[in-house]
Ligand binder design. Structure first.
Ligand code: ATP
Ligand code: MG
Length: 585
C-alpha cells in the first residue's frame, strides 16, 4: 500500500504587504520589521479594525518583528479614556500583545507633542513652513483644483524670524482659535493638492485627555502621523487606501526632518530622524455586509438608542461580536483568509459565520433547547411505565466526536416541550415530524405515535397528543425495530430550565447599508432582535457566563456575558447551523 500523499500546506492568500516585508528583509534594508496599529481613541474598534490589527500584529509576529499599539490621540476633541480602555481590551481579546523581546510597545501620540512642536520650529527656521493668517475659507478658495494651480497666500514669504515669532504666539495663546494656521511651504502648483502647502498646526483651545490644557495648538493628522512613525522607528506603516494621496507629503516631511541643517550661525544640527525612514503602504479596507463600519455612524446608533450600546450583540464592534459569541479565532481566520489587496472589499458576512461554525463545530458541547414551545402529552405513559410519576433516564454525548466531554443525563416524563413547528395537522410534502398517525423519535428517548392535537377557540394548537411506542428507547436492544423518518428535539416539562433566548439577525437588511444620520432607524432590520422564552435541558441549570453550546437543530448560542445568571439564564444566538438568510425569518 502506498503512503498517502502529504497534504500540501494551505496556500497563503495573496498579501502584497507580506511581499514588501520579505523584499525589505531579503535586501537587508531592515534587519527587523516594526509595524504599528494606530487607532484614534474616539470610539470602539470594529471588524474593519480587526483586519488592520491582524495584518499589523500578524505580519510582525510572522517575521519576528514587533508591532506597536499606538493611540493616535492628537485630536483633542473626541477622545476619551473609555475608548482607550476598550481598545486595549479588544486587542488583547483578539489574542495580540504589544510586548516584544525589546520591551512593551504601547504608545500615545500625544506624548510626542514636544517633538512635533520642535520639528515645526525646525521647518520654520529652514523656510519650510509659514504662519498663514488667511481665514479657513480663503485658504480653501486659493488652493485651486485638479485643473487650476493654487495661488500663494500673502503671508507665504514672511521671514523665518517673523514666522517663528508668530508660531510661538500661537503656542502661547495670544491668538484666537482659527485665527491662523501653520502651513508647510511646498508647492502651490503641485498636481497633488495635498502638497499645496498643507496646514500642519492649528489653534484649538480644547482639553486633551492626556495633556490637559497644556497646549492650545494641535498638529494636523497628516503632519503628526509620519512623525509618530519616525519616532517609533516604524519600518512599514500600513494604512488604508484613502491615504494614498498623502504619501508624497509623508515622504516629503520625513525626508526634510532627516536632513542635517546648517544654521545661519554655521552650526550644523543633525537631522531629527535617521534613515531608513518609515515607508507608508496602503491596503484596501474591509467592509462586512449588512453592517456599517464607521465609528461615527456606530456612535449615532448608540446615541440614538437604536442599539443597547457599543457592545450590542448586533454591532460590528469587536465588543459586540464578543458579546454575540464570535470567537477571536474566527475573526483572525477571516482576516487571514482575506489577505491584503489594493482595493476595498465587501466581505459577505457568511464567510465570517462559516469561519465561526468551523471553529465551534469541533469544540462546543451540544444541548437541547426548545425555542418555540408547545406541550406534547404522552397519554399512555402510566400504562407503559406503571405510573405517571415514573421518570425514564436518558443520556446523550456532550459532543458526538469528543467522548472526553462526557455524557449529558436527563429524564423523559409524560409531558415534554417540543417545537411548535414540529407539529402539523396536515403534513406538507416532505414533512416527517408529528402529524396524526405518524411516528417520530424523541431524540435520545423513545418513538412516539401522534394521536392529534388540542386547540383553543381560535383554532390555535395548544398541545399535541401522542403515545409511547414500547421497547423503542434509544440505546436499548431492538430500539430500532420501529423505523421512523423523523427525529425531534424536546425537553421534559418536569425539570426543564426556563430561558430567555435572544435571537439576533443582521442589523441592516441592505447588503451594503449606507444610511445617512437621519435614516438610521429606518434602515435597521426590524427582525434583527427577537426575544423569546424557551426551555433548556436540565444539564444547563448552572452554566457560567460566556459558555457556548450548540442547541441541537437550532444553532450556536452563548450565555450572555452581562445578563446571564444561573438563576436567570439568558442566551444569545450566535449563528444558525447552516448558511442562509431569509429576511424576517
Ligand atoms: P472609522 O472611519 O471607522 O473611524 P478610522 O480609519 O478613522 O475608522 P482609526 O482609529 O483611525 O479609524 O483606524 C485605526 C487603523 O485601522 C487605521 O490604520 C485604519 O486604516 C484601520 N482601519 C480602519 N477601518 C478599517 C477597515 N474598514 N478595514 C481595514 N482597516 C481599517
Ligand atoms: Mg480616523
Amino acid at each position: 500500500m502506498s503512503a498517502p500523499a502529504p497534504t500540501p500546506p494551505a496556500a497563503k492568500p495573496a498579501n502584497f504587504l507580506r511581499t514588501i516585508i520579505e523584499r525589505d528583509l531579503a535586501s537587508g534594508l531592515h534587519a527587523k520589521i516594526r509595524t504599528r496599529f494606530p487607532p484614534e481613541p474616539n470610539g470602539y474598534l470594529h471588524i474593519g479594525h480587526a483586519k488592520s490589527i491582524c495584518l499589523n500584529f500578524g505580519l510582525a509576529q510572522e517575521h519576528g518583528g514587533a508591532c506597536h499599539l499606538r493611540f493616535d490621540d492628537t485630536n483633542p476633541e473626541r477622545e476619551e479614556q473609555e475608548y482607550v480602555d476598550a481598545i486595549i481590551e479588544m486587542v488583547r481579546w483578539l489574542g495580540f500583545d504589544w510586548k516584544a523581546v525589546d520591551g512593551e510597545h504601547l504608545y500615545y501620540a500625544s506624548d510626542y507633542f514636544d517633538t512635533m512642536y520642535a520639528a515645526a520650529e525646525r521647518l520654520i527656521e529652514r523656510g519650510l513652513a509659514y504662519v498663514d493668517e488667511q481665514s479657513a475659507e480663503q485658504i480653501r478658495a486659493t488652493r485651486g483644483d485638479f485643473t487650476t494651480p493654487g495661488t500663494d497666500s500673502p503671508w507665504r514669504n514672511r521671514s523665518p524670524a517673523e514666522n517663528l515669532a508668530r508660531f510661538r504666539e500661537m503656542r502661547d495663546g495670544v491668538h484666537a482659535d482659527g485665527a491662523m494656521v501653520l502651513r508647510a511651504k511646498i508647492d502651490m502648483a503641485s498636481p497633488n493638492i495635498n502638497l499645496r502647502d498643507p496646514a500642519i498646526y492649528r489653534i484649538r483651545r480644547a482639553h486633551h485627555h492626556n495633556t490637559g490644557d497644556r497646549w492650545c495648538i494641535y498638529p494636523m493628522y497628516t503632519y503628526a502621523h509620519p512623525i509618530e512613525d519616525a519616532i517609533e522607528r516604524i519600518t512599514h506603516s500600513f494604512c488604508t487606501l484613502e491615504f494614498e494621496d498623502q504619501r508624497p507629503f509623508y515622504d516629503w516631511l520625513l525626508e526634510r526632518l532627516a536632513e542635517p541643517w546648517t544654521r545661519p550661525d554655521g552650526v550644523v544640527e543633525p537631522g531629527l530622524f535617521q534613515h531608513p525612514l518609515p515607508k507608508q503602504y496602503e491596503f484596501g479596507k474591509l467592509f462586512l455586509t449588512h453592517v456599517m463600519t464607521s465609528k461615527r455612524k456606530l456612535r449615532l446608533l448608540v446615541e440614538q438608542g437604536i442599539v443597547s450600546g457599543w457592545d450590542d450583540p448586533r454591532m460590528p464592534t469587536l465588543a459586540g461580536l464578543r458579546r454575540r459569541g464570535y470567537t477571536p479565532e474566527s475573526v483572525r481566520r477571516m482576516a487571514d483568509d482575506t489577505g491584503a489587496s489594493k482595493t476595498n472589499i465587501w466581505l459577505d458576512s457568511r464567510v465570517l459565520d462559516a469561519a465561526l461554525r468551523e471553529h465551534l463545530e469541533g469544540q462546543v458541547a451540544r444541548a437541547m433547547a426548545v425555542v418555540d414551545p408547545l406541550p406534547l402529552v404522552l397519554e399512555n405513559w402510566a400504562e407503559v411505565w406503571g405510573s405517571d410519576s415514573h421518570r425514564e433516564p436518558c443520556q446523550a454525548p456532550a459532543h458526538p466526536q469528543r467522548p472526553e466531554l462526557g455524557t449529558r443525563r436527563f429524564e423523559l416524563g409524560p409531558r415534554v416541550w417540543i417545537e411548535r413547528d414540529d407539529y402539523a395537522d396536515v403534513p406538507p410534502k416532505g414533512f416527517f415530524r408529528l402529524f396524526p398517525g405518524n411516528k417520530v423519535r424523541l431524540k435520545y428517548g423513545v418513538v412516539v405515535e401522534c394521536l392529534g392535537a388540542e386547540k383553543d377557540a381560535a383554532g390555535q394548537v395548544t398541545a399535541v397528543r401522542a403515545k409511547v411506542v414500547p421497547d423503542t428507547k434509544s440505546g436499548t436492544p431492538g430500539a430500532d425495530a420501529v423505523k421512523v423518518k423523523g427525529t425531534i428535539t424536546w425537553v421534559a416539562a418536569h425539570d426543564a430550565v426556563p430561558v430567555e433566548l435572544r435571537l439576533y439577525d443582521h442589523l441592516f437588511s441592505a447588503e451594503q447599508p449606507d444610511p445617512d444620520e437621519t435614516g438610521l432607524r429606518e434602515a435597521v432590520n426590524p427582525g434583527s432582535r427577537r426575544v423569546v422564552q424557551g426551555w433548556l435541558e436540565p444539564s444547563l441549570r448552572d452554566v457560567p457566563r460566556e459558555t457556548r453550546f450548540q442547541f441541537e437543530r437550532h444553532g450556536y448560542f452563548i450565555a450572555d456575558r452581562m445578563d446571564h445568571s444561573a438563576g436567570r439564564p439568558v442566551y444569545n444566538r450566535i449563528t444558525g447551523l447552516k448558511d442562509g438568510w431569509t429576511p424576517g425569518k
